[in-house]
Design a protein around this ligand. Structure first.
Ligand code: SF4
Ligand code: SF4
Length: 73
């Protein structure tokens, strides 16, 4: 993931696919993913104001539950 892509994309979580393993929470350096993910995943979403689109969480998710989408302007 290069910076130009990171600047215009954010991660979104598919709560149907998420197993709540917490790996994404641990690796997110901007703390954009709430730590209670899994327990209350239906109520939570990745904080679009904190996510920089680095993609690290996506590479670690075994469920392919996180995707990058184009951020709104
Ligand atoms: S790594 Fe994937 S399965 Fe695990 S909590 Fe994050 S989104 Fe859910
Ligand atoms: S893409 Fe990067 S900054 Fe955004 S939620 Fe995933 S690990 Fe955190």
């Amino acid at each position: 993931m290069n910076r130009s892509n990171a600047d215009s994309h954010i991660a979104v979580l598919d709560i149907q696919a998420c197993l709540g393993c917490g790996r994404c929470v641990d690796v997110c350096q901007t703390k954009a993913i709430p730590p209670l993910i899994g327990l209350y995943s239906a109520l939570l979403e990745i904080d679009k104001n904190k996510c920089d689109g680095c993609g690290i969480c996506i590479s670690l998710c075994t469920q392919e539950a996180i995707k990058l989408v184009k951020s709104s302007p």
